[in-house]
Design a protein around this ligand. Structure first.
Ligand SMILES: CC(C)(COP(=O)(O)OP(=O)(O)OC[C@H]1O[C@@H](n2cnc3c(N)ncnc32)[C@H](O)[C@@H]1OP(=O)(O)O)[C@@H](O)C(=O)NCCC(=O)NCCS
Length: 172
């Protein structure tokens, strides 16, 4: 099993896996266009023979913060270490960019605790809130845990000016 940066020919497999896990809200849906555009964020894990097992993405907000997103392993490949392999590869990537804090939002905090992630108050991650939560229908009924690894950011690059005018004020 090996983890490597995704390339455009991986986009269909990535899209299919994410779509299969987004009907019930396990993952945020990602359109093919969004995956193509952000393909350089993605890492895939595959067998020695090149069979696709899963994917994950690292989104860079800036020198202060990165986010692990879209972590998924195909059902028949779970519990064999692929998920852990992905997280370690994405954390190494964050480290290669010298990003001191990696965050994620999840319903399964237990899986991420063993990699050093701790639950945090979501208001400590304003960039994430303005990127995704502000446009999310579950803004005020979110069932995900905010988690972070490393020093929480003291700064943010996104802000209220980017929130669409018709949205309700943030109450997080
Ligand atoms: C979470 C996920 C990526 C783990 O992938 P994986 O390849 O099975 O992970 P690993 O084999 O490296 O580790 C498995 C271990 O992680 C932990 N784990 C796995 N799923 C878990 C969950 N839902 N809750 C808590 N711990 C979990 C268990 O300790 C498990 O050990 P076990 O195999 O002895 O049961 C995979 O289950 C998945 O794709 N789930 C659906 C998508 C999802 O929920 N993604 C996270 C969104 S934030």
């Amino acid at each position: 099993m090996l983890a490597r940066k995704a390339r455009l020919p991986d986009a269909d497999a990535i899209h299919g896996l994410i779509r299969s896990l987004s009907y019930d809200g396990t993952l945020l849906p990602r359109s093919p266009a969004e995956i193509y555009e952000n393909i350089r964020d993605f890492t895939v894990v595959e067998t020695e023979e090149g069979k696709f097992l899963g994917c994950g993405a690292l989104h860079l907000y800036g020198p202060h913060l990165a986010e692990i997103r879209s972590i998924a392993v195909s059902e028949e490949s779970m519990h064999q270490g692929a998920g852990g392999h992905l997280i370690e590869a994405l954390l190494e990537e964050a480290e290669s960019h010298s990003v001191p804090c990696v965050c994620l939002f999840t319903r399964i905090p237990g899986f991420f605790q063993r990699f050093g992630f701790e639950q945090v108050d979501r208001t400590a991650l304003p960039d994430k809130i303005y990127k995704d939560c502000a446009n999310c229908p579950r803004l005020n009924a979110c069932d995900e845990f905010a988690m972070a690894r490393g020093a929480l950011p003291a700064t943010a690059v996104l802000g209220p000016v980017r929130v669409k005018e018709h949205l309700v004020p943030l109450q997080v």
